[in-house]
Design a protein around this ligand. Structure first.
Ligand code: PAF
Length: 326
């Protein structure tokens, strides 16, 4: 019997016993948040659609809640081919494809639909395609929502209120520059260390979208929530390039379809939590204030010096074309 016939015969026997066929390829998918978060919901939808499209060719093993380490480590695992897939924030993406950082510029996007249109349009897709050159394949842009500041020191209404605030930022130079310009004392830190650092008082605060604040229950370690919406937080569904290169065209099409469905589920989750999340957090005891348009403008003014750096790095034309994208 040839090797292929033996595999088919074995697969038939396994199916008769109700066991997965031998030929199944396991997809290890890692993400930083819980199964009931926007990442968990997207990963589950991605699995559901991929399995529906490809039958028993693949099986999934999920590693939620940073089960494979911080986002940078997981992305490195994809490059090495030891992990097949991940959903990550843009936190460390600029370390892999520098141009990605342009989407991390504060006050760049007007609202969610503006951001989604840019990411799904030519500017976003061109940057997504650059991941192939660094051992990764970007399947689709997802999102977390707009980031807001939480802390244990004081309510934040003006830039003076963040003066000296020990705030954790993602390991992202664009965010770091903005908080430095505001006069805060930012500390870049990988996500798995954040909760214990807040509990121990190593840092006063952090910033993340409602999707994260609600699903991680940050209200248990943070008193104040300021709806600053200072920056949009993109996410990405990535697969390992060595893994991607081993797929045939039909399988690749199934992955693309599944990724689109996963992102749709993620954005649906974000839409929902952006409207219901504030009430939930107030009920859980957080002291919440929203920045008015005038208050936000003061923060924009405070980071004007950081904008000079962003123009230098990414080009004013690109930044303007994102801002003016209809
Ligand atoms: O703040 C971060 O590092 C990210 O937003 C998180 C929570 C890991 C989700 O990707």
């Amino acid at each position: 019997m040839t090797f292929n016939l033996r595999v088919l015969a074995a697969a038939g026997t396994f199916a008769a016993l109700g066991l997965p066929a031998l030929a199944e390829t396991e997809i290890k998918i890692g993400y930083a948040l819980a199964p009931d978060s926007h990442y968990g919901v997207a990963a589950a939808k991605f699995e559901e659609v991929l399995l529906a499209e490809t039958g028993d060719q693949f099986s999934f093993k999920h590693f939620p809640s940073s089960g494979l380490g911080g986002e940078r480590e997981v992305i490195e695992g994809l490059q090495l081919g030891t992990v097949e897939a991940t959903i990550v924030s843009s936190g460390t993406l600029a370390n892999f494809v520098g141009d990605t950082g342009v989407f991390d510029i504060p006050f760049l996007f007007r609202d969610l639909s503006h951001a989604r249109a840019v990411l799904d349009g030519p500017i976003g897709q061109e940057i997504l395609a650059k991941f192939d050159a660094v051992g990764l394949h970007g399947l689709a842009w997802g999102e977390q929502g707009f980031r807001h500041i939480t802390n244990n020191r004081n309510a934040i209404e003006t830039p003076a209120d963040v003066e000296g605030l020990k705030i954790r930022t993602m390991e992202n130079p664009v965010h770091l520059a903005a908080f430095n310009a505001m006069g805060a004392a930012p500390t870049p830190m990988a996500w798995p260390e954040v909760i214990s650092s807040l509990q121990q008082g190593v840092i006063d605060g952090q910033e993340n979208p409602l999707s994260v604040i609600v699903s991680v229950k940050l209200d248990e370690v943070q008193e104040y929530l300021t709806l600053s919406g200072h920056v949009y937080s993109p996410a990405m569904l990535l697969v390992s390039k060595p893994f991607w290169d081993g797929l045939n065209d039909e399988q690749k099409a199934a992955f693309e379809k599944a990724a689109a469905a996963g992102v749709e589920a993620m954005r649906g989750y974000v839409d929902n939590v952006e409207t219901s999340g504030v009430e939930t957090l107030k009920e859980r005891g957080m002291k919440v204030n929203a920045l008015s348009a005038e208050e936000k403008a003061k923060f924009q003014e405070a980071i004007a010096s950081a904008y000079e750096g962003y123009y230098e790095t990414y080009g004013k034309d690109l930044v303007d074309s994102i801002v003016n994208f209809e």
